[in-house]
Design a protein around this ligand. Structure first.
Ligand SMILES: Cc1cc2nc3c(=O)[nH]c(=O)nc-3n(C[C@H](O)[C@H](O)[C@H](O)COP(=O)(O)O)c2cc1C
Length: 458
């Protein structure tokens, strides 16, 4: 490891001080191998969270518009040979501290799309990216969550063109020698990339539909939590979530809606958030996929809810439904994020009513209403409405969302078009979509490919 540039993102939050001995072991191992790591103790670093404005592609290509530590961290990551993510395993995902900084990696890739391992991904902005190593910690063993964590690191490695990656989950209560061995192994091991089939298998199956009993009291009260952080334009999350909420309202449910951005970033908003959670029977969590997982604010909301539930003695478990949408056309790319929501439900004794995944969120909706003339020129979304209708009917009866809704959501929007052709058309359309938007900001085609953090010699 001599002469290699290493970046270590320490994603421990307040209250995770007990995990310090594991970090000490990692730092010690790196030192022994002659490498010096640049450590980012994220919870101590003042950093804004991504607002999903795409300015890092269309206004200042390759650089986030927010001039804070998030920029330095992204630069350090892409200029490193090895980036290590160190985090408590949080419902199978990363801590919100890691997510806040990782969502700011978007400028490191190009807006344009291409096919990579048979699925759509953004094209690389740089010719080289670091190896990725994820080291998660659990206080109690949980195999399912450890597996999700490892998959997530692998999916990030694919999205960010890591030449190699490895992921390990260690138990904080294990003997230091055992932990040391696991760290030594993960630092040099290469794991297999989790390709589409592995992720697809996480989507709900017919079996799931049989698992949960119906809710005792319907109609009840439903709370929509909009997890998109967008402030400059309407979000697809709000459009899809609003549609489901309205359907529940028509079925006699009392309804309420909050944005996580409005509530979790302000002190008084947090109290309002917890009160709204307390008075609801059913939570509808809607969010965009950010870096293969839940955006920072959504991870934060799960952490806040888990903490809140652990402090109250509520007997009736709440129901949770999640609806994710992503940029790539493959709906299944949301499956890991939905699996994390499911793990959250299990860990907090909620009742999981299932998740729905929609691909090509920007292309199909881009925040536009489901119906109306504004949609002219966009692919049809009748199948999405049908899926949401099926889901809303089940949720309205307190039942788990049937797999039929999942299938409808994942359909190719253009009838009879094979999915491969839709991928190709999507890439062509989407790559054309960015240019006029950049031109409106006086950013020319060549500037879109800027490499502000490229080093002459690596
Ligand atoms: C920081 C960031 C990370 C993203 N990461 C992914 C990703 O990993 N996979 C994907 O398919 N789309 C990704 N997207 C695209 C969003 O999921 C997509 O634009 C979505 O439709 C936005 O939904 P919203 O309008 O509800 O915010 C990302 C977008 C942003 C801003």
């Amino acid at each position: 490891m001599l002469n290699r540039k290493i970046v270590l993102l320490d994603g421990r939050g307040t209250g995770d001080e007990d995990l310090s001995p594991v970090l000490d072991i990692i730092m010690n191992e790196l030192e022994v191998s002659g490498a010096a790591a640049q450590l980012f103790p994220l919870r101590e670093i003042k950093m804004g969270s991504c607002i999903g404005c795409f300015g890092c592609w269309l206004k200042t290509p390759g650089i986030c518009l927010e001039p804070d530590a998030g920029r330095d961290m992204a630069q350090a990551v892409v200029q490193s040979d090895l980036t290590i993510l160190f985090t408590p395993v949080t419902f199978g995902g990363y801590s919100s501290e890691i997510k806040k900084s990782q969502d700011r990696w978007l400028p490191l890739i190009l807006p344009d799309f291409g096919i990579y391992h048979g699925e759509v991904h953004h094209l690389p902005r740089y010719s080289q990216y670091p190896r990725l190593v994820g080291i998660g910690i659990q206080r109690q063993p949980n195999k399912e969550e450890a597996n999700l964590f490892k998959m997530l690191v692998g999916r990030n490695a694919l999205n960010f063109y890591a030449p190699t990656y490895a992921a390990e989950v260690v138990l904080s209560t294990d003997a230091p020698d055992r932990i040391r061995q696991q760290i030594q192994a993960v630092l040099v091991r290469n794991d297999n990339f989790p390709l589409s089939q592995t992720i697809r298998e996480l989507l709900p199956t017919t079996e799931m539909a049989k698992v949960h009993p119906p809710i005792e009291r319907v109609p009840g009260r439903a709370l929509l939590l909009v997890g998109s952080p967008k402030v400059k334009s309407p979000s697809t999350s709000a459009v899809l979530g609003g549609y489901v909420l309205n359907q529940l309202k028509q079925r006699g449910w009392e309804t309420e809606s909050l944005t996580l951005r409005g509530n979790l970033l302000k002190e008084h908003g947090l109290a309002e958030f917890c009160t709204a959670i307390d008075r609801t029977n059913l939570i509808l969590l809607v969010f965009p996929l950010y870096i293969d997982s839940l955006p920072f604010l959504v991870m934060k909301s799960l952490e806040v809810m888990a903490e809140h539930f652990s402090n109250c003695s509520e007997k009736n478990p709440k129901r949770l439904f999640a609806l994710a949408n992503n940029g790539f056309p493959e709906a299944y790319q949301n499956a890991l994020a939905l699996a994390i929501c499911q793990r959250f439900a299990i860990d907090t004794n909620m009742i999981w009513l299932g998740g729905l995944a929609m691909g090509a969120g920007e292309a199909l909706f881009g925040g536009l209403p489901i119906e109306g003339t504004e949609r002219a020129g966009r692919p049809p979304v009748k199948h999405i409405m049908q899926a949401l209708d099926v889901a809303s009917a089940a949720l309205g009866n307190g039942q788990i969302v049937p797999p039929e809704a999942t299938k409808l959501m994942a359909k190719t929007p253009i009838p009879f078009m094979p999915f491969r052709l839709w991928q190709w058309l999507f890439i062509k359309m989407a790559n054309q979509h960015w240019r006029p938007l950049a031109a409106a900001n006086q950013v020319g085609e060549q500037e879109l490919f800027a490499q502000p953090y490229a080093e002459v010699e690596k």
